[in-house]
Design a protein around this ligand. Sequence first.
Ligand SMILES: [Zn+2]
Length: 145
Amino acid sequence: MAQSPLQEIETRSPGLIVFPFASGKNYAATLNGFYYVHHSSGLQKHTMRCTRHHKGCHGKINLTPSYKSLISETMTGHKTHSHPAEPTYCERKYAAWKLRSTAKSSRDPTSAIVAQQLQSVPVEVQGSFPKLSSLQRVVQRSRAV
Ligand SMILES: [Zn+2]
């Protein structure tokens, strides 16, 4: 039996957005302009790691087992992220996921889905969005799965 895909989480912490990423088997989160992906799970918490860790960033956040609330932000010995906040990057990650998830559940033509999703994306993010043709490929690929 196929597992039902993960859905966006209704979070209780201000500014925290939690949604499935890439493979759809795990969660990603954005908070204050930083993008995190699932790193490890314990009994009491999930640890999400800043995706700029390969640049030497030690930023992590801990979420409750339901993923709904922030427990803490940790920097393991460092005071801040090693890089500036990237709100546009976060918006883009979130918007890309929404596009894929809408594409899977909708029967609208590809171009309609892309146009509709672009409307919900802030203008400053649209500028950095992939070209329309590549968005349409994202939609078509999502449907092929
Ligand atoms: Zn970071």
